[in-house]
Design a protein around this ligand. Structure first.
Ligand code: URP
Ligand code: ZN
Ligand code: ZN
Length: 460
């Protein structure tokens, strides 16, 4: 199964790569997996995760090992995580920190985006320009989180100018952080401390304005732009308009924005804190807007924005003040199950479009294709044997994230990965993790618009 077609065929894996695809192959193999009645999908690629990341006065609960284990069970075999440049840090120092967290713990393959937070006392434009040469081919900027990760328009624009020259893709968290800061202070002054006010102080207009600003600035700078975690019509519309004009603009949404809503964040007894992430849950009318956007390619990818915290002990930091609730939720494990159930089985998107949104487009946009993101001769043998009849009830009791809750708790799905393979190594089989940490590798990604050649296989 690929983004383009569905065929019945045998797939031969040799030296970590797919070496042959054809009907009734007559070859000797060490092991034969009978996938009759199943789908053989490319390993999914998640372009948006936060593992072991200091954020919101704490650190995300999933480290590289637990986060990637969770990903593997969900059929994701490669992800791109955000290195966050600390204030005053050079990019090299930030990269060293992130590599140390991953060393020896990798269960799946991974790349890094560089989140630029400081071009004054930390990294220089020259250093930033050198990152694509090291396989870090995307720069991320936060237009929100004032006083923490947020950058001003000068930093945003200068980074875009560098990207235009170096062939990096610019990614933005598009919300107007200055306006949100005012709204948050006004809400707290009026005595509104509950989780719901997280959503009410981050209105769709703040996302729409920042999205449009980023699009216009990227166009001016001549840089390609990818808007992360799009949630609402106010942001989809400017992306769709830019794409209709042929501008180099793409957008993603995340699993949770199709399923969670203001009803969740309004739950009593602080339960709503589980659904505090940014941009926030929206009015349910946006669910159809998003399904329509992924169908029409106004949005081209679905990620998880996995940024997991414990409810008990981390989310509770904001018990008396919603602005202190760490922003983020778990999701790495359930993207494929949820999009298959409510996208494909519900008739909203085709199976091939699902593959495109979860694997092929993220791989293409982030310089991993065709090594990752498809089932083709020469590609890495990152494969998912997906059983379309397997029934699963999603729950924190059985998921592999360290988080003590699941955003989709109790949801029954039909269809789940049965075997997950990374470069020919079985990672997951019969609901067990078979591989040991260390099997995953760092992938140096190609520049935007370029292809990543198949990996060179070591010859003994
Ligand atoms: O709430 C979220 N999304 N947390 C992760 C950081 C980000 O903004 O992507
Ligand atoms: Zn964000
Ligand atoms: Zn994120």
């Amino acid at each position: 199964m690929t983004a383009a077609d569905s065929t019945v065929a045998d797939v031969l894996v040799d030296d970590e790569r797919i070496s042959l695809i054809g009907e009734n192959l007559d070859v000797q193999a060490d092991r034969v997996i009978d996938a009759a009645g199943k789908y053989v999908l490319p390993g999914c690629v998640d372009p948006h995760t936060h593992l072991d990341m200091p954020f919101g006065g704490t650190v995300t609960i999933d480290d590289v090992e637990s986060g990637q284990t969770s990903a593997a069970f969900g059929g994701t075999t490669c992800h791109v995580d955000f290195v966050i440049q600390g204030k005053g840090q050079t990019f090299a120092q930030a990269l060293d920190d992130w590599r140390a967290k991953a060393h020896g713990r990798q269960v799946i393959d991974m790349g890094y985006h560089m989140a630029v937070t400081d071009l004054e006392d930390g990294g220089t434009l020259e250093e930033l320009a050198g990152l694509p040469g090291q396989g870090i081919t995307s720069y991320k900027l936060f237009m929100a989180y004032k006083g923490a990760l947020m950058v001003d328009d000068e930093t945003l624009y200068r980074t875009m100018e560098v990207a235009a020259k170096t062939g990096a893709l610019v990614m933005v968290h598009a919300e107007n952080g200055d306006v949100i800061d005012v709204l948050v202070r006004e809400a707290l002054a009026a005595g509104h401390t509950e989780p719901l006010h997280h959503a009410l102080t981050r209105p769709p207009e703040a996302e729409g304005e920042a999205t449009n600003r980023a699009i216009q600035l990227a166009h001016l700078a001549g840089a390609p732009l990818y808007v992360v975690h799009v949630t609402c019509k106010q942001a989809v519309d400017p992306i769709a308009a830019a794409r209709e004009k042929g501008w180099d603009v793409w957008g993603e949404t995340c699993t949770q924005y199709f399923f969670n809503s203001l009803d969740d964040i309004a739950k009593p007894n602080f339960e709503g804190a589980k659904y505090v992430y940014s941009p926030p849950v929206r009015d349910k009318s946006n669910w159809d807007v998003l399904w329509n956007a992924v169908r029409t390619d106004a949005l081209s990818a679905i990620s998880t924005d996995h940024c997991a915290f414990l409810f008990d002990g981390q989310k509770t930091l904001g018990k008396d003040d919603f602005s202190k609730i760490p922003n983020g939720g778990p999701g790495l494990e359930n993207r494929l199950q949820m999009i298959h159930e409510f996208g494909v089985r519900a008739g909203r998107i085709s199976l091939n479009r699902m593959v495109e949104l979860l694997a092929t487009n993220p791989a293409k946009l982030f310089g991993l294709y065709p090594r990752k993101g498809t089932v083709a001769v020469g590609s890495d043998a990152d494969l998912v044997v997906f059983d379309p009849e397997k029934k699963v009830t999603i729950s924190a009791k059985t998921h592999h994230s360290k988080s003590d809750y699941n955003l989709f708790e109790g949801t029954a799905v039909t269809g789940s990965p049965e075997i997950v393979m990374l470069r020919g190594h079985i990672l997951v089989e019969n609901d067990d993790l078979v591989a040991s940490p260390g099997v995953g590798r760092f992938v140096a990604r190609a520049r935007f618009g370029e292809e990543l050649a198949p990996a060179r296989v070591a010859v003994a």
